[in-house]
Design a protein around this ligand. Structure first.
Ligand SMILES: [Zn+2]
Ligand SMILES: [Zn+2]
Length: 100
């Protein structure tokens, strides 16, 4: 009757699969900006990476935000110029501050 041990590192693929659900669950299944509640299922809210995976963002709850379609598009609109204009290091630094 040994304990079931679960290593995040060894189960990275599993984590990527459940991460969106965990982010939405933590947010109470509403948009964290406007409190939009999805009408049917969870299709119209998204789990967003505050620091994008391409920039080293992790699949952690800290780095996740539950957003509606509108605020998800907005988050990416803000994100792209920030990365382009201030260079990666500074942009990532700014994003990390948000990822609390
Ligand atoms: Zn919203
Ligand atoms: Zn996103």
């Amino acid at each position: 009757m040994g304990e079931v041990t679960f290593s995040i590192d060894e189960n990275e693929e599993l984590l990527k699969t459940v991460w969106p659900y965990l982010v939405k669950l933590r947010a109470g299944f509403v948009c964290q900006v406007c409190s939009y509640k999805p009408k049917a299922g969870l299709q119209d809210i998204l789990a967003h990476h505050i620091v994008p995976v391409q920039l080293g963002g992790k699949y952690t709850l800290k780095n996740g935000k539950c957003l509606c379609d509108k605020h998800h598009s907005e988050a990416h609109r803000i994100l792209l110029p920030a990365v382009k204009t201030s260079g990666h290091t500074e942009a990532i630094g700014k994003l990390r501050k948000q990822a609390v």
